[in-house]
Design a protein around this ligand. Structure first.
Ligand SMILES: Cc1ncc(COP(=O)(O)OP(=O)(O)O)c(N)n1
Ligand code: 3NM
Ligand code: MG
Length: 211
């Protein structure tokens, strides 16, 4: 199974302008990211296919795995490196069967550690908990307290990812709690200098021995 790279797990913002999206991701790749997730909750299927293919063409030569959010068929159609599913996005075991044993399969567990064991048993290669902090991208996400990350990192057999409202200045406690990576959207892509912001995240995550 493809191991989840350490460091910054970047999540794309919803952008209808594909050139703008690609330029932002080029900058993030230049600064250094461990994983890219293509997430677009507003685009239609055609635009999502176009954007996902274009992002894969950037990520693959850079050696950065591309994870598709929500859409198993799209992940398979473009030969993405992985898929991320939330509780409403389809069956994890069926997704693992379709993806094969190697690709990344992420599962959202929100603020509920009891979801993680069944997700891992179904084939998840990592589990994500959130929101760690208030998120402008997902304002209604439940809050996942620091103690949950500590418990998850100490007890689960797969990498734990934190998500939600994460910035360079607030991610250290999550890393110290033992998370494998931090998933970030606006904290990265809202930066005036995305490459510099990615480098700053990598410096913080690289500086933490626990990941
Ligand atoms: C790494 C990571 N963690 C959590 C999520 C959230 O997934 P989900 O609950 O399905 O919500 P949407 O992102 O689909 O709105 C994620 N996408 N990535
Ligand atoms: C997509 C997503 N899922 C969350 C969860 O808690 O499951 S929080 C979130 C938003 C992440 O974006 P930002 O880094 O801008 O807060
Ligand atoms: Mg989803």
């Amino acid at each position: 199974m493809l191991p989840l790279p350490r460091g910054l797990y970047a999540i794309t913002p919803d952008r209808a302008d594909t050139d703008s999206l690609l330029n932002a991701v080029r900058s993030a790749l230049a600064g250094g990211i461990g994983v890219l997730q293509y997430r677009n909750k507003q685009a239609d299927a055609m635009l999502r296919r176009q954007q996902a293919e274009a992002l894969l063409a950037l990520c693959r030569p850079a050696g950065v795995p591309l994870v598709v959010n929500d859409d198993l068929a799209l992940a398979l159609a473009i030969d993405a490196d992985g898929l991320h599913l939330g509780s409403e996005d389809g069956d994890l075991a069926a997704a693992r069967a379709a993806l094969g044993p190697a690709r990344l399969l992420g599962a959202s567990c929100y603020d509920r550690i009891e979801l993680a064991a069944s997700a891992i048993a179904a084939g998840a290669s990592y589990v994500a908990f959130g929101a760690a902090y208030p998120s402008t991208t997902k304002p209604h996400a439940p809050h996942a307290p620091l103690a949950l990350y500590r418990q998850a990192a100490a007890s689960l057999s797969r990498p734990v990812v934190a998500i939600g409202g994460i910035t360079v200045s607030n991610c250290a406690p999550l890393l110290a709690a033992g998370v494998h990576g931090v998933a970030v959207c606006n904290g990265l892509f809202d930066a005036p200098d995305i490459a510099a912001r990615a480098m700053a995240f990598q410096d913080v995550t690289a500086g933490d021995a626990s990941i």
